[in-house]
Design a protein around this ligand. Structure first.
Ligand SMILES: Nc1ncnc2c1ncn2[C@@H]1O[C@H](COP(=O)(O)OP(=O)(O)OP(=O)(O)O)[C@@H](O)[C@H]1O
Length: 273
């Protein structure tokens, strides 16, 4: 099976600046949920923009499902990738939630009789169907991001990139967006590749794989349990451990083993019996 995203020996630098990426390679397999983490300015958003063809690499290749990204394939490649950004308020064009989801479909010239079903399906998948006739600007931050996700889902992308999509949300909104992503992964399985760019390690813990970038270099790469047993290295990279891992370390529960929240709760319940 072809990788969803393959970056081969990529180089990129902004204007007169030194190279941000120099001979950078990374493969993301279809159906994976990858959390891309790293301190401020490490290159995460730049990487997303390169993948979308919004920036052009000075050397190397980008392949999306085996298709090389070039001027000729740009539209095709972009059609397979949906993007949700940080600021929920900058993503709305429609007067109502339904209009907003319709906008992308209109751009794709989807016949008008097919639209209501597609809009309904997309809003249902993010739990926002009851809000179809509301004005987007009157929703909470978490609801706005779920609508932004519905607008992307309606276009049936194979890859969705969320660039710090929960950074401006309160804990409840963040939780709702993450639960929606978990539902989507369950629903679509191998058909959907998710990339979440985040500073929140509790969010990163939900992914199948965590890729840590440090000044354009691949610093760590592995499953959450592999990455979170390297607390000191993460600290050097300007990152924290998830809360459950911090607590289990403080309690000295299996120091060489990463416990997720459920495992920690079960350990605490057992040890108090
Ligand atoms: N348009 C630009 N022009 C010049 N330099 C830029 C531009 N955009 C980003 N940079 C620089 O490139 C580097 C990587 O930025 P990027 O936004 O990719 O990092 P990031 O990991 O997404 O950061 P953050 O976590 O703060 O969002 C930073 O040093 C940044 O200052």
């Amino acid at each position: 099976m072809k990788s969803a995203i393959e970056l081969d020996n990529l180089s990129y630098h902004y204007d007169e600046q030194a190279a941000l990426f120099d001979d950078f390679s990374l493969k993301i397999e279809a159906g994976d949920w990858v959390a891309l983490v790293g301190h401020n300015g490490s290159g995460k958003s730049t990487l997303a923009k390169l993948v979308l063809g919004l920036l052009e690499a000075s050397a190397g290749q980008i392949k999306i499902f085996g298709q090389e990204l070039s001027e000729a394939t740009l539209d095709l490649v972009r059609g397979q990738i949906g993007m949700v950004f940080q600021n929920p308020d900058n993503q709305f064009v429609g007067a109502t939630v339904a209009d907003d989801v319709a906008f992308g479909l209109e751009n794709l010239q989807v016949p008008s009789e097919e639209m209501p079903a597609k809009i309904q399906a997309a809003l249902e998948q993010v739990g926002m169907l009851d809000f179809a006739d509301r004005e987007p600007h009157h929703l909470s931050g978490g609801q706005k991001q779920r609508v932004a996700l519905a607008s992307v889902l309606a276009l049936q992308p194979k890859i969705i990139i969320l660039d710090e999509a929960t950074a401006m949300l309160d804990p409840e909104g963040r939780q709702a967006v993450m639960a929606t992503l978990q539902d989507l992964k369950e629903r679509y399985g191998q058909e959907l590749t998710l990339i979440t760019i985040t500073h929140d390690m509790d969010e990163a813990a939900l992914a199948d794989r965590i890729v840590v970038i440090d000044d354009g270099q691949l610093a760590l790469d592995g499953r959450p349990d592999e990455v979170f047993t390297q607390g000191e290295r993460l600290h050097e990279l300007g990152l924290d451990l998830p809360f459950a891992a911090q607590l289990s370390q403080a309690l000295r529960v299996r120091p060489d083993h990463y416990l997720n929240q459920e495992e920690l709760v079960s350990w605490l319940l057992n040890s108090s019996k």
